[in-house]
Design a protein around this ligand. Structure first.
Ligand SMILES: [Fe+2]
Length: 279
């Protein structure tokens, strides 16, 4: 298992986490997802993040990094992420989603070792961020699996004094969109039992649903993130939303509290085909 990475932050300032998700990049410049140039919209979201926040302590990319042609598309991800690294000087932590090929993702992104990292955890003075892979090969739904749940249990046991942010691609609780809640985290009951054994889990953040969601339950804040390209309506059946792409900021304070906010593009011509009936 890869080693954990430690980061000192003693300033009393919160740990600032930027979550970008579901970038769905193509291998060629003319690739479009439901009419959207996903490379350009990701670039625009990165510029938005940089205009909002001049510093960040951790950057998360929470899955569905590519849409097709992964051998080329992951290189295009590296190209566009250079801007993030240039400003923030931080590695970008990647987890796979159902549209990713985890093996190719690792192989290609590992060629940019100064740019990308994979966890499995990032440790700060008072917080740890645990990155979980919910990608299940050949399926659109997700699964953590018993070995990874055992590792999570270990991370939470070994650092009882660290508040924990857990992140994965698939939603571990329903967001209220029936069609996408049918392709969520299959072993969410086992996941819930692991985190119930510990007192240090404060935040769970995911992608996959292409919409904003937040819920507080038993002292834990459950969050989803918009996509950097296409948005889904918080509706029972599949529906595209004309909301613009964005990202989520999560600030982690040393007393275990958090603040979070979603930022979206404004006045951006997305080119979305709102008549599309599927995804
Ligand atoms: Fe996605």
């Amino acid at each position: 298992m890869p080693s954990n990475e430690s980061n000192a932050k003693n300033t009393g300032e919160p740990i600032r986490v930027l979550q970008l998700s579901d970038t769905h990049l193509f291998g060629s410049e003319d690739g479009r997802l439901l009419g959207v140039d996903t490379f350009a919209s990701l670039q625009a979201v990165i510029e938005l993040a940089q205009s909002c926040y001049k510093t960040a302590d951790c950057i998360l990319l929470t899955g569905d990094l590519v849409q097709e042609d992964p051998d080329k598309a992951y290189h295009r991800l590296a190209e566009v992420c250079q801007d993030l690294k240039r400003l923030y000087g931080r590695k970008i932590y990647c987890i796979p989603g159902n549209h990713d090929d985890p093996a190719i993702m690792r192989k290609v992104l590992s060629q940019y070792s100064d740019l990308f990292a994979f966890g499995p955890s990032v440790v700060f003075d008072s917080w740890q961020i645990v990155l979980l892979s919910s990608a299940k090969e050949g399926y659109v739904s997700g699964r953590l699996g018993d070995p990874q749940l055992a590792s999570l249990d270990m991370f939470l046991t070994e650092r009882p004094d660290h508040f924990s942010l857990l992140t994965m691609h698939h939603q571990p609780m329903p967001v209220g969109s029936y069609w996408i809640d049918r392709i969520s985290l299959e072993d969410n009951d086992k996941f819930a039992r692991v985190i119930a054994r510990h007192k240090n889990v404060r935040v769970i953040a995911w992608g996959h649903v292409h919409q904003e969601f937040s819920h507080e339950q038993d002292g834990i804040i459950w969050l989803s993130c918009p996509s950097t390209c296409v948005q889904f309506k918080p509706a029972r059946e599949f529906a595209l939303d004309d909301k613009l792409p964005g990202f989520r900021l999560i600030e982690l304070f040393s007393d275990g509290t958090i603040q979070t906010k979603v930022h979206r593009l404004e006045n951006y011509n997305l080119g979305l085909d709102l008549n599309a009936k599927g995804y």
